[in-house]
Design a protein around this ligand. Sequence first.
Ligand code: BT5
Length: 323
Amino acid sequence: SMKDKIIQRFLLARGEPISGQQLADELGISRTAIWKHLQTLQDEGYEFITIKKKGYRLVSVPDRVDAARISSYLNTKRFGHTIHYFEEVDSTQSIAQQLARDGAKDGTIVIAEEQTGGKGRMQRPWYSAKGKGIWMTVIIRPNILPHQAPQLTLVAAVSLVSAMKTLYKNFIPEIKWPNDILINGKKCAGILTEMLAEMDRVDGLLIGIGINANHELDDFPEDIQSIATSIAIEEKQKVDRAQLVAEILKYLEHYTDEYVANGFAAIKRLWVEHSCTIGKRIKATTIRETVEGEAIGITDEGVLEILLDDGQIKKVYSADIEI
Ligand code: BT5
């Protein structure tokens, strides 16, 4: 919309003033129309000041992860080029599922300020406090076989830690197989990969990404306060969520393309480098059983290998891990 274009223009100006006349010329509308749009934007929480002879300067933006804010940081070929933004949803996964069925393009994202029914694996809840985190689903359409889908969780995990390491310097994020990102042993992000598939063909994957960004400890429900953390808590500074979203999309596009071209082996080195699972004694609970042993590695398919006490090597495709 025109409003988005105006805000986009101000965000790209990075705090420099823009004259009303210049904006009107660039966008092909009248100065009065520009002024009216600025009024509406003020009502939405954007703040402008007028500088004599120079025009308007954007001095503060509402803390939101909408399309205008994300796009102002975006540097990708496909991912994030279509953004569906919501104030509140049940779960971004269900909206993405419908969009994927209706033919949404590779790299389309669904993102919300708040989820009232955010979900983890196996119907567990995912707490998604309003305005505090990144609650997003990326629809991807890679040319892969259904049995490869879980590997995309590992590709997403590598993308998340790479983005965090680029932007933040006060902590080191680690991957706990298969879908957790931990900081100092506490969970700061989770990934949920769901698949739309026919017998032998993947129609699309829904990469659900939940990241605790600006939470204080008491923004978490009591039952997870001892196991959860946020980037702001660990970095000791507030996070620009839109910037983090753009950074994640950059890595996710890059590593997904690399994975599709060269297989998981290409991503495995990075995964192992950031893993806190390998080399540890763990307890793995699958749907069928619980096994204990040393996590000795992952295969080129992303399957976890556990050395049991009797010397046998057990391959685990999906499980909950205790370290
Ligand atoms: C996950 O499941 O970690 C996957 C989380 C995926 C969330 C994203 S948000 C966008 C998209 N839309 C959705 O509806 N979901 C995806 P799992 O490994 O099953 O972990 C779930 C467990 O983590 C819960 O049982 C809690 O113990 C814990 N938990 C819940 N909310 C949390 C939070 N905000 N931070 C840390 N831990 C949490």
